[in-house]
Design a protein around this ligand. Structure first.
Ligand code: SF4
Length: 305
């Protein structure tokens, strides 16, 4: 693993990366990069559901020690939190960033510089948080960072509402995919994220991400190099559809998937208007969720390996 090189370096050398950038940037002129398909001209700063035009908006960046263990290592995951979101869940745990728009616009050169700063801080990876609506900007900035020495794995840390047709353009760019798998039930997805197609979209996205990168592999120190990490936030009253989610991951992705079953749900933003969401998850509910994962043969559970 010592000689590990992220995939994007080869795409840069062969100039394939520039073809992908051109396609993504052109796509901004009538944006259908995600399932919302707003068709706004973001190159002219028109805004769709994600409220993001030509430039990326960054809320904050820095080494993060609260991510999954293989991303954090000893020096932290180099997170870049993007502003706004293409999903807009009513219980968003980062609603000040995603709904209230906390953040500032950055030119591509500044975004490249942020990546390089994170490398200088010793981070093990560059972790783009909520990147779906910022992918053109990320890829536009990438060659500038590569020219100045960026060689860390890139993490695509997404809510999972991603189109396969867009993900195909990232083949070889992101070494690590970290999608949520939020809901199994279209009705719940409609109610909580106004996205009834979420379960089907996310399932297709997970298949494509796994096709590109496979199961998570780590180096001799346990630090992630390549592959898929799946997050599942347990919701009160089993609203997340945990059993179906675990069954899908085990049977259609891989039993060797690295899965983070998360217990940190707390009522935030619009959740207080939904009695069922207006409480934390009980210990019993969380243990039931973990047992579901184990029941279907998932054995790489973050925090329980
Ligand atoms: S990325 Fe934004 S503008 Fe483009 S389709 Fe999705 S929500 Fe709409």
């Amino acid at each position: 693993m010592e000689d590990f090189k992220p995939g994007y370096l080869e795409l840069f050398q062969t100039k394939e990366l520039f073809k992908r950038i051109e396609i993504l940037n052109q796509a901004l002129s009538s944006c259908q990069l995600c399932p919302r398909r707003c068709k706004v001209n973001r190159l002219k700063d028109e805004k769709g559901i994600c409220k993001t035009g030509r430039l990326a908006h960054v809320s904050s960046f820095g080494p993060h020690f609260g991510e999954e263990a293989p991303l954090v290592g000893t020096n932290g995951s180099g997170t870049i939190f993007f502003t706004h979101c293409n999903l807009g869940c009513i219980f968003c745990q980062n609603y000040d960033i995603s709904h209230l728009g906390e953040g500032y616009p950055v030119e591509d050169e500044e975004l490249a510089e942020i990546m390089l700063k994170l490398k200088r801080m010793g981070c093990h990876n560059i972790n783009f948080v909520t990147p779906t609506h910022m992918v053109a900007q990320v890829l536009r900035a990438l060659p500038m960072a590569i020219e100045k020495g960026l060689d860390l794995p890139l993490v695509y840390n997404t809510g999972g509402y991603d189109l396969v047709s867009t993900l195909e353009l990232f083949d070889g760019v992101f070494d690590i995919y970290m999608p949520d798998f939020k809901y199994s039930d279209p009705e719940v997805a409609k109610k909580l994220s106004d996205a009834p197609d979420y379960p089907e979209v996310a399932k297709s996205a997970l298949r494509e991400m796994h096709r590109q990168t496979g199961d998570l592999i780590t180096d001799e120190k346990g630090i992630a190099r390549r592959g898929l990490i799946i997050r599942h936030l347990v919701l009160p009253e089993n609203l997340a559809g945990t059993e179906e989610a675990m069954k899908f991951i085990a049977s259609e992705i891989s039993k060797d998937s690295y899965v983070n079953v998360m217990d940190q749900y707390h009522p935030a933003y619009g959740a207080k208007g939904f009695p069922v969401l207006n409480r934390r998850v009980t210990t019993q509910e969380f243990n039931d969720a973990l047992n579901m994962a184990k029941k279907y043969g998932l054995h790489r559970l973050d925090g329980y390996i």
